[in-house]
Design a protein around this ligand. Sequence first.
Ligand code: BGP
Length: 457
Amino acid sequence: MTSKENFRWGVSSSAFQIEGANKADGKGPSTLDKRKVRAGIADTSVAADFYHHWREDIQLLASLKVTSFRMSISWTRIFPTGTGSSNKAGVQFYDQVIDALLANNIEPVVTINHFDMPYALITQFNGWLSRKSVNAFANYAKFLFQHFGDRVKTWLTINEPLMVMYNPAFNGSHYQDDNRSTKANFLMLHHILLAEKNAIKLCHQLVVNGKIGPVSSFQNVYPASSHPEDVEAAMTAESILSYWALDVAVKGKYPEITYNRLRKLKLAPQVSPADQIIFQSAFPDFIAFNYYSSIRAEKYHTPTGFVIPFFDSPLFSIDMGPQRATKKWTAMEADPVGMGIAARKLYERYHLPLIITENGYADTEVPSTDSIVQDDKRIEYLSKHIAICEQLIEEGVPLWGYFIWSFMDSLSGREGFSKRYGLVYVNRTDTDLRDLKRTPKKSFYWYRDQIRDWRAK
Ligand code: BGP
């Protein structure tokens, strides 16, 4: 059962999006460091410079009164080439951050890998496309559990495996073969899911009282119409986008009907008897999911205009609405009720506690340097989603926590600092580093009060 007293109120981040210092103290390059960003967009070299500002940032976290901070560890700070011997300075950086969080009564919730794959593993053996990466990841995870497991008790495996699968810059195919086949992508995902299982098993073996779960980007896929063919297309899309990876994590197998359909199309990976043993070898303690908005699917038609790679498959097409025409990110279509629907689907399917590890609102905030960002739209978005959390708990869903994406402005997937999610404004633009000064936005104070009021209730 979830009790209000031990509910986690958190904010989220990931290493490549906040740390910067991408060559400091022996750090090796990751796929994200090597990515060629569009002209005028920030890269990982400075980001929000958390690497040099972590002391003051943790003070801000403490004044926000969050119970937990979701961060990720950069694989290549620990193992610069993905394998081999560990890099002392990188380990020390996270030791300091974790110790400072704990000293301020903030629980570190640590994602083992959040999109930044060691570049050396791409050049050596094509990264996740090779089974060798499963072993490399097991070594890395083992090191983290052995070294940090005395202090970090809540672990997240690999952020959003489906995103890794279809984003060539995350998975590294960008550097080898931009047009890698969908079949190869499913094989790559298969390896990620094997790696995830090993991490779950190792965490249970090595971390006393440790808890670990997968992190999914959960998307409700609504049918674009009530026409049965659209309804079925939406079911299939949801089964791939939202359940494919989670079913393996929680049930130890792919969703059968979807698997068989993909097998007919010669896309599904082979699951060998040895793989089956690994799939059944360990199970998570909870499910973490990232939730922003929902999407719509319709019966398959030949895609036109802007298509998110892989999202359109011969089994369904994604109804992209206005984005298809503009090729730009648009203000998010908020769907707070959808977050409740997502939690309900997940709980009724898997019967595990849930943590919402990302939920947030992006905007293009450019205030004058000293004024507070009046981010009322963000507050409106977040308050509607927090109300859903209350409802879920009242209805008996074991929801363990809610984390806002993100603590501070950080590198957005493809839009750098022109798309900001933070509760704290970071004074830089994509092209001008300015002074990187941190200024809490209106939503920061609002969230602090939400946490206080919730606890007082
Ligand atoms: C999630 C990622 C985060 C973050 C967020 C916002 O999928 O886990 O790392 O980037 O999306 O996405 P974006 O920055 O692309 O708008």
